[in-house]
Design a protein around this ligand. Structure first.
Ligand code: PHE
Length: 336
């Protein structure tokens, strides 16, 4: 037994000096250290030894096994580690590509809209998402109990405090704080107590716009809206303004553009009309000027508001608004 252990120790040493690839390392481990390896085989033979020889043989074999494990560990560090030889690096592997994060499609859309209006001299202002009834409704010419309040299903915090249903209350806040001329856009999150479906959500974003100065006319409003739409949706679009109603603008309108999918032919997305509504707008109602301390005899202005998710969905052909809030990377990654 003694000779056998001695001989094996020598063989292992010789063999180790030849290990220079991961394959050789693996076969070294299999030959000596594995459950059916040569060291295990000697342990196996111990049971045939006379009783008095067992203690020293066990000790010797344990020592050999520890030495061999240490040897294996140091070989492994050389072969597989960073300081490994040429065989451990496969130069034909493709390089690693890193995935950088990017803005969510909703944030990108807000940035794109902002950029277009900034070029026209608009500044960017934000306001609170939790609003008083006064700013969300009353200052905007929604009288108490006026049926127009039902146009927007409201989440109430208390009877007087609401989650804002639109970004229009920021108009009042801006006019309270700034003297005309005013040119501002006001992006932000809004909330409506609505059932979540493919077409509507209880939380979404709007970009509000406001321009107040002497001699602002509906022609300024139209020119600005058309310029924006062409910049954002493409030069070749056709558009139309339809008369509408909002308590805070008079006259009011909604702007439609030709459908991105069928270019006006009529399809599922535009419900066969060929048109898609992109925003609401109008001339600031004199009552709104009065509640914000601006003289309606001296100044006129226009305001507009558009839904950000809707805008992104129209431009990118997304048909379910819920996709924009689920943070499924398979969706988000497509808008880089
Ligand atoms: N606040 C309106 C809405 O949420 C949009 C709008 C803003 C209309 C400004 C006219 C002027 O539907």
């Amino acid at each position: 037994m003694k000779e056998q252990i001695h001989a094996l120790r020598q063989v292992i040493k010789d063999d180790a000096s030849n290990v220079d690839t991961t394959e050789a390392l693996e076969s070294f481990r299999n030959t000596y250290l594995a459950r059916k390896g040569k060291i295990a085989a000697l342990f196996e033979q111990m049971k045939d030894l006379p009783k008095e020889d067992k203690p020293w043989a066990g000790k010797e074999l344990n020592a050999l096994r520890t030495e061999t494990e240490d040897l294996y560990a140091s070989l492994e560090a050389n072969v597989g580690g960073e300081s490994g030889d040429a065989n451990s690096i496969d130069y034909t592997l493709p390089g690693r590509s890193y995935h950088f994060g990017h803005r969510h499609i909703v944030s990108q859309t807000i940035e794109d809209i902002k950029a277009i209006f900034k070029n026209m001299g608009f500044s960017v202002v934000t306001g609170p998402e939790i609003e008083t009834d006064y700013y969300n409704f009353e200052s905007l010419n929604f009288p108490p109990d006026h049926p127009a309040r039902d146009m927007q299903d409201t989440f109430f915090v208390t009877p007087d405090i609401v989650l804002r249903t639109h970004t229009s209350p920021v108009q009042t806040r801006v006019m309270e704080q700034q003297e005309p001329p005013i040119r501002a856009i006001m992006p932000g999150k809004v909330y409506r107590n609505e059932v979540v479906t493919a077409r509507s959500h209880m939380q979404f974003h709007q970009v509000e716009g406001l321009c107040v100065d002497t001699d602002i006319t509906f022609a300024d409003l139209k020119g600005t809206m058309v310029h924006f739409a062409k910049q954002y949706y493409g030069e070749s679009l056709k558009y139309r303004f339809r008369a509408s109603y909002f308590p805070f603008t008079e006259p009011s309108a909604e702007m439609d553009i030709t459908c991105y999918l069928c270019a006006g032919e009529g399809c599922r997305v535009c419900k066969n009309s060929g048109w898609l509504e992109i925003l609401g707008c109008g001339m600031v109602d004199p009552n709104v000027f009065k509640s914000s301390g601006i003289d309606p005899e001296r100044y006129t202005g226009y305001a507009f508001g558009m839904g950000v998710e809707r805008t992104a969905m129209l431009r990118h052909g997304i048909t379910d608004i819920r996709l924009l809030f689920e943070n499924d990377l398979r969706v988000n990654k497509q808008f880089y």
